[in-house]
Design a protein around this ligand. Structure first.
Ligand SMILES: [Zn+2]
Length: 362
């Protein structure tokens, strides 16, 4: 495989292990990803590596991530299709992005990394790094759910940081001056892995796109993975239109919703109040400009939900036998509004992002 060319959003060349542009600080992207080719799908492979021809790394390590079930769920405002992302190896969707990022790090013979996370991304990176014999140090909020912290400690060193969600990020940026920063928020390899969720949904629906996608958004890694994945299917002529994209945030931390409501290009930096949805407390999303752009281009919306609505949606999901964490319930809490927008017959897909086992055990 040819080494992928990396450039920042302003066109500066970037090094393979840079986490952001050394010249201007902007996020880095992979300049040329292979186009989506339906003939290149490896039909006998029941993991996300069935799309390996469209990914920017060689699969030297896999824990069997991807190819999660897409299952119909009766919800109060009609049936939706839930993509059971919490069934990935470490219990969240993050494993899709992590496995692509870790294979990039393996190719570059990286021996140690740092990362910051509210829990799921840290646990995911910790597990994959352990399997790759890469030493990982994970910076997490001291207030993160106890089971998420215990899970990280099974595989890696945990550094607990007091203060808001942005405090461990600041501590990690300091550490990243001396080592490799394997950031789920910044790495374009992470987002490349998330695109596979869109391709699976397309195959599981009989090679078509849903009418709408409803997704919790923090940094927007999964959301942008879906958006870019469907965009590639569209460019390949495999779907005739893109789904409407609905980004959902807790009212406690809602920069994307505020940016969307005000018509801004860049989301404002907001407060980080405590919320049940601990997985999406991000007051300054790395690719916030792109998140706002794809919502608008798709004809979708950014929606905020209250703590009461999250609690009620979580009860509904658990009542359907779906043991997810509260962050996952934010999407379900927005379904009433989305259904009003798209109509009774529309096909809605909702990823269920993280397992409830981690919060149940806290
Ligand atoms: Zn730059």
């Amino acid at each position: 495989m040819i080494e992928p060319q990396l450039v920042c959003l302003n066109g500066h060349a970037a090094g393979a292990l840079d986490w952001r542009c050394g010249q201007c600080g902007a996020p880095i992207e992979i300049a040329h990803l292979p186009p989506f080719d339906a003939h290149a799908i490896r039909n006998g492979d029941w993991s996300l590596w069935r799309y390996g021809a469209m990914l920017p790394v060689e699969p030297r390590l896999t824990l069997g991530e991807g190819m999660t079930a897409l299952t119909p769920v009766p919800m109060p405002d009609g049936e939706v299709y839930a993509k059971l992302e919490y069934l990935n190896p470490t219990g969240s969707y993050k494993d899709r992005g992590t496995v692509v990022l870790i294979n990039h790090l393996i190719a570059h013979k990286v021996g140690e990394v740092v990362e910051d996370s509210s829990g799921n991304a840290g646990a995911s990176l910790a597990a994959y790094a352990a399997a790759a014999r890469i030493h990982a140090r994970i910076f997490a909020p001291a207030l993160a759910p106890a089971a998420k912290k215990r899970l990280i400690k099974q595989f890696a060193d945990l550094v607990e940081v007091d203060g808001a969600r942005s405090a461990p990020t600041a501590a990690c940026h300091q550490a990243a001056q001396h080592t490799v920063y394997a950031s789920h928020a910044w790495s374009p390899f992470f987002i490349a892995g998330q695109m596979t969720a869109a391709w699976e949904v397309w195959e599981q629906l009989g090679r078509r796109a849903p009418d709408a996608l409803v997704c919790p958004v923090g940094h927007g890694g999964l959301f942008l993975g879906f958006a870019r994945g469907f965009q590639m299917l569209h460019e390949a002529g495999l779907i005739d239109r893109l789904p409407k994209l609905y980004a959902v945030q807790a009212a406690a931390c809602d920069p994307i919703v505020r940016g969307w409501e005000s018509g801004a290009d860049t989301p404002p930096v907001t407060e980080e109040n405590l919320t049940l949805a601990d997985g999406i407390v991000v007051n300054e999303p790395v690719r916030g400009v792109e998140v706002l752009r794809v919502i608008r281009d798709s004809g979708g919306m950014a929606l905020r939900v209250s703590e009461d609505a999250i609690r009620e949606a979580l009860r509904t999901l658990i009542g359907r036998g779906l043991l997810v964490e509260p962050t996952s319930a934010t999407a379900a809490a927005a379904l009433h509004t989305v259904r009003e927008q798209v109509g009774a017959g529309a096909l809605i897909v909702m990823p269920l992002t993280g397992t409830g086992l981690k919060t149940l055990a806290s």
